[in-house]
Ligand binder design. Sequence first.
Ligand code: ATP
Ligand code: MG
Length: 348
Amino acid sequence: MTANITVLAGDYIGPEIMAAGLKVLAAVSEDQNFDYELHEMPFGGAGIDQTGEPLPAETLKTAQQSDAVLLAAIGGPKWDGASKTPEQGLLAIRKALNLFANIRPTEISTAMQQYSPLKNTEPVDFVIVRELTSGIYFGTPRETTADYALDTMRYTNEEIERITRVAFDMAMKRRKHVTLVDKANVLDTSKLWRKIVAEIATDYPEVTYDTSYVDAASMKIIASPSQFDVILTENLFGDILSDEAAQTTGSLGTIPSMSRGVNGPSLYEPIHGSAPDIAGKGIADPISMIRSVAMMLTHSFNRDDMAKEISDAINQTVTAGVVTPDLGGHATTDEMTETIINYIKESR
Ligand code: ATP
Ligand code: MG
């Protein structure tokens, strides 16, 4: 079976880091019985420039028919104030693919520890599974009057159930530990989460399940992050906690993410933007994109073995000091990518 991968390189550093990600994918797939076909499509600002649309119909169709979507980064000053914006493309594709689960890893390996502001010396390796399409960002009614404003946090049983299954399935591929983060001492929605998650947890007897209030969890992410494996949480709490967690790694340019749909393809992308300030200089950190490729191999294609080779090679490269300026080094994107590829080849 051939894996069909839609490739959305996007804008500014997007194509630079995508090229790096695809080179690593090519190297790691060699002789691994992993056949794939890439479908490179215009999207974001590049979509507007080529077709007038940030999400051209052809691009969406290709994405929907593929097994996974790789996205680098979109947007930037070129399209500021335009009637159509790259960001509209991102919202449209998330909606069309029904991406209800956002998953962000926080990994501080021994090699990366020097960049972390945390004093913690144990390796950190957890993921935040955030509900992305409901909760207070979408709930109705919402209104603003002269005297008050109103937002509504609303969750249905079904919305909670499907994200919970994503978290427990993810835990089964990891250290089998799920922590539900909520505010069940105050919020009715959180009480419903507790009830439903506890029920679903019984379907996963191997998984250790516990809970934490969001205020306590935000402290633990700083004070004792090694205790976490999979953090499951609703939209607003996940938004805040995932940015907090990203900061603990010390480098935006290294963090990938995955967004899951219902039946269709998952989408993999760095958490950072298109970094217009460094575009064209050949110094963008490719790790976030390369790790997005690794996440895709694990979660869309069940090739954790290949993902691990990538991860090991990244750690060796960082340890050897072949890193881009965001990590304090002098390497270019290409030099760093080639070094990663060489470590992959060496390990075989
Ligand atoms: P967006 O609104 O799209 O998230 P942003 O304004 O938050 O974008 P980013 O594009 O994420 O900004 O960039 C923030 C800073 O981090 C910039 O200085 C940028 O150069 C830097 N940065 C982001 N990604 C990388 C990377 N892969 N390598 C090196 N530096 C990066
Ligand atoms: Mg930003």
